[in-house]
Design a binder for this molecule. Structure first.
Ligand code: NAP
Length: 235
């Protein structure tokens, strides 16, 4: 089996790389990093440097990987060095909004464009992106975090649209949007103190949940939005 983890350097990305490589030793794992290559050195893991918001990088990557069974995009951004997510529309900043789209939405669209060929097969294949429940419009009760919310809502719409297009073009490919729950990574660090006891997950737990979810889904489930516990989330 050939698996590509884009954003393999992130907290959840690294846990996915380790779990696929260790629990499925016959699997070849291709993992990407943007800034610094992680220190995971396993025989069946190959690291490749990719900026997933740059079309030339994604297209070069697709040129190196002609066939894949599973592609997971684990890139994303909630806060930058000098910006936290907005509490009010008064904090809206177009540059931060665009940064959110570049990190949370654009990579999945580029990956779908350039990896459609590699995922087209007569056996089941999977195209999965890490989204967030906060991108659900029907579940939005609190408001706030408008750039991240909007970027994840756009990601969800993109995944649904891709799943419809691929129903006929890639009939064996299952396209999934995945909510990991609040996970103990750099992304959630500034917000962890308000998380209820037992609701801050380890990246290992989330990686295991996502792999279990993939094993339980097939092409007929394509276009679904699922939580770490396997339950469906409304758009
Ligand atoms: N952690 C949570 O509580 C939580 C909750 C809900 C949803 N999620 C989602 O889960 C996903 C993974 O989050 P995480 O917690 O693992 O965050 P993380 O530890 O901050 O990792 C995010 C990764 O995305 C990479 N990245 C961002 N933009 C990129 C780009 N253009 N090209 C390549 N890599 C890029 C970063 O790479 P560099 O460091 O190299 O820049 C980083 O490794 C994200 O989509 C996030 O929105 C997380």
């Amino acid at each position: 089996m050939k698996v590509l983890i884009v954003g393999g350097s992130g907290g959840i990305g690294q846990a996915l790389v380790k779990r696929f490589a260790n629990t499925l030793p016959d699997t070849q794992v291709y993992a990407t990093y943007r800034t610094a290559q992680p220190t995971i050195t396993l025989d069946n893991v190959r690291w490749i440097q990719v900026d997933a918001s740059k079309e030339s990088d994604v297209s070069d990557l697709a040129g190196q990987l002609q066939q894949l069974d599973i592609l997971i995009n684990a890139t994303g951004l909630l806060h930058s060095q000098d910006k936290l997510p907005e509490k009010s529309i008064q904090e809206f900043d177009p540059d931060f909004f665009n940064e959110n789209l570049q990190a949370n939405t654009v990579p999945t669209l580029l990956l779908a464009k350039h990896f459609a060929k590699a995922l087209k097969a007569k056996h089941p294949t999977y195209f999965v992106a890490l989204s967030a429940r906060i991108g659900s419009i029907s579940d939005n009760r609190l408001g706030g975090w408008i750039s991240y919310r909007s970027a994840k809502a756009a990601l969800n719409m993109a995944l649904k649209t891709i799943s419809i297009e691929w129903r006929y073009k890639l009939p064996h490919c299952c396209v999934l949007s995945f909510h990991p729950g609040t996970t103990d990574t750099a992304l959630s660090v500034p917000f962890q103190k308000n998380v209820p006891a037992g609701k801050l997950f380890t990246a290992d737990f989330v990686a295991e949940s996502l792999i279990d979810l993939i094993h339980s889904k097939q092409a007929s489930d394509s276009g679904g939005f699922y939580s770490y516990d396997g339950s469906a989330i409304t758009w």
